[in-house]
Design a protein around this ligand. Structure first.
Ligand code: NAD
Ligand code: SER
Length: 317
């Protein structure tokens, strides 16, 4: 473990797909005791709960968020608590309340306590009118409620930065692929579930069409990008600071199944699209991450085949 950095870090929604790995990385960087993992629920034996401080925290409870930040002397908040697209579209009211209400609660606490904040955005900020290779400054007209909450999160972050001087940063994560925690109710979950099926029954029924192509990223790259943007000097960040496009790689569902079949003999996949196809169809195929590259040096390390091998190795251990 590295020397403690003096930062006191709060992670909301820490038991989810990203939090499970981000808390581990932050504790390696700042020291176990300096990183408070929090979530609305707990999971017995989860490393975020057992290996360092953990708090039950509902991000829609503004007073509790502020109290925890003040009492614990928090200096930096990684705000991961949210409902993802598939869950969010089933319950739009709750999605708005958690994703927008929770972000406002975190930003208010950050303003009061002088914290820096990381708030993730998503490729879901784009709608069908964005170019299929989406530039940083493409129009943001999402057709999902989830996407609307992400556009609002970026705008709120900019408002707190320009009007109140709160140092808010964010990334438009692509669909994230990882094996340490289950995917949390998103449209891109098929790219995670397929690996669990590959090492289990060797068959996967995919809920999007074979030709569905989306921007994706392996979790190691996503965690690295998160730490990089938070470490970047404030002077290098421009007006995209709360929602940088970051490129990973893109593949169709069929290309993913083929990459797995190359490694797993007898693996097969069939396709029965459901409502999540509509959300996937409204998002771009790929994103242009050149502004993230220019302003803070972003460059992905994983491609489809490196990710496939890492996922299969991770799930087989
Ligand atoms: P996840 O669903 O796996 O985890 C979210 C966590 O938030 C869960 O543990 C849940 O219990 C918690 N939570 C829900 N409501 C809460 C509340 N009211 N208070 C406190 N905690 C609450 O999600 P994730 O994949 O880890 O995503 C984290 C963030 O990254 C979200 O903002 C999401 O929109 C964004 N993002 C994720 C992806 C991806 O592919 N995973 C892609 C783009 C953006
Ligand atoms: N991966 C996320 C989802 O599918 C996109 O933000 O909901």
């Amino acid at each position: 473990m590295s020397e403690p950095t003096g930062d006191r870090v709060l992670v909301t929604g820490a038991l989810g797909q990203i939090g499970t790995e981000l808390v581990e990385a932050l504790r390696a960087k700042h020291g176990d005791a300096a990183v408070i993992a929090s979530d609305i629920r707990t999971v017995e034996g989860h490393p975020c709960v057992s290996k360092g401080p953990f708090a039950i925290l509902d991000v829609t409870d503004t007073a509790s968020v502020s109290r925890l930040c003040r009492d614990e002397g928090v200096t930096t908040i990684y705000h991961l608590a949210a409902l993802l697209s598939a869950t969010g579209e089933k319950n739009p009211e709750l999605c708005r309340s958690v994703n927008v209400g929770g972000t406002v609660a975190v930003l208010k606490a950050a303003k009061a306590c002088g914290c820096r904040v990381f708030v993730p955005s998503s490729i879901a900020v784009f709608g069908p009118d964005a170019p299929k290779h989406a530039p940083q400054n493409a129009p943001l007209n999402p057709t999902t409620v989830y996407g609307e909450t992400k556009v609002e999160g970026e705008a709120l972050g900019l408002e707190y930065w320009t009007l109140h001087g709160v140092d808010v940063r964010g990334l438009r994560y692509p669909g994230l692929v990882s094996y340490k925690a289950p995917a949390g109710g998103g449209t891109t979950d098929y790219a995670v579930e397929i690996f669990h099926a590959a090492v289990g029954s060797k068959h996967y029924q995919c809920f999007v069409r074979p030709d569905t192509k989306l921007p994706m990223m392996y979790m190691d790259d996503a965690i690295r990008a998160t730490l990089m943007v938070m470490d970047a000097p404030a002077t290098s960040l421009g007006s995209s600071r709360t929602g940088y496009n970051i490129d990973g790689f893109s593949f169709t569902a069929e290309e993913l199944a083929a990459a797995i079949a190359q490694e797993v003999e007898g693996f097969s996949c069939d396709y029965v699209p459901d409502v999540r196809q509509t959300y996937a169809d409204s998002w771009p195929d790929s994103v242009d991450g050149s502004i993230a590259k220019k302003e803070w040096g972003w460059s992905p390390a994983y491609d489809l085949h490196a990710m496939t091998r890492a996922m299969l190795n991770g799930l087989s251990d």
